[in-house]
Design a protein around this ligand. Sequence first.
Ligand code: HEC
Length: 111
Amino acid sequence: MREAAGVSIRSRFARRSFVSAVVAAAVILQTTEIRAQDGGQLAQAKGCMACHAVDQTKSAPSFKDIAAKYKGQDGAAEKLAAELKNGTGHLQIAATDAELQQLIAFVLAAR
Ligand code: HEC
């Protein structure tokens, strides 16, 4: 009897954390999607698409390939934003820090 009660409390707890995790994941996904949409417009406006495409290699690698290259790398977003901002390893992009963050988030979200 006691065993059974223990098991049911544990599984109720497990279910509750599972639900929280799903809710948290949904919120994160939604936020990323909204940012990615704005990022797409910004990428057009800033002329990125003259050389890049989301999923085709043009004169520059596709955003998908760039995202794959940096997947799971700590500090990738900061490194790439700095490259574009300072014109080191990439042509310099005239954009505010907030815009750069949004652009890089868009690039790294490509799949
Ligand atoms: C004149 C052409 C051109 C334009 C415009 C351009 N890019 Fe690029 N970009 C390149 C080329 C070429 C590379 C590949 C350089 C390399 O990997 O050495 C590149 C690479 C990148 C990378 C990966 C850099 C790395 O270190 O791996 C990112 C991120 C990027 N571009 C983002 C952008 C964004 C965002 C914009 C618009 C604000 C933009 N690019 C506009 C040509 C361009």
